[in-house]
Design a protein. Structure first.
Length: 140
């Protein structure tokens, strides 16, 4: 299975109060799905902040690549530090999720978990799938 990576996109349209801007902790992939077996999961944390001078409406979107059968079988959960689940469903099913409005300097840590259900069959062996996650903000 392929890498799942997170790529921030800086965004924002200026308002009288300033503009929103995305900041992400770390760089590169959040986790590697190589060797993920049925009934197991892997996860990683990403801290997202509004590095701008004004409030912003933050959105998580994904561009999924690779085999659609595998991407549809992988279960993705995205939850913040309070346990609020922003998304739970197939990796293939995530297109865009609203995360809410972040004030300037507000940060949230998101845990991204991917699981391959124990019922996954041998037909998924040798397939690969990946996703590029984009965190974006539009000034509120």
């Amino acid at each position: 299975m392929a890498l799942v990576a997170v790529h921030p996109v800086l965004g924002g349209v200026g308002t009288p109060e300033g503009s929103a801007s995305v900041s992400r902790s770390g760089s590169g992939p959040v986790f590697d799905l190589a060797g993920l077996a049925p009934g197991h999961n892997t996860s990683g944390n990403v801290r997202i902040a509004n590095a701008g001078s004004g409030p912003g409406n933050f959105v998580l979107s994904a561009a999924v690549s690779g085999d659609p059968k595998l991407a549809s079988s992988l279960v993705l959960t995205v939850a913040d530090e309070t346990g609020h689940v922003a998304y739970r469903g197939s990796l293939a099913g995530l297109s865009s999720e609203t995360l809410g409005t972040f004030a300037p300097a507000e940060t949230h840590t998101y845990k991204l978990s991917v699981a391959l259900p124990g019922t996954a069959g041998n037909e998924l062996q040798g397939l690969s799938a990946g996703a590029s996650f984009t965190w974006s903000a539009v000034s509120a």
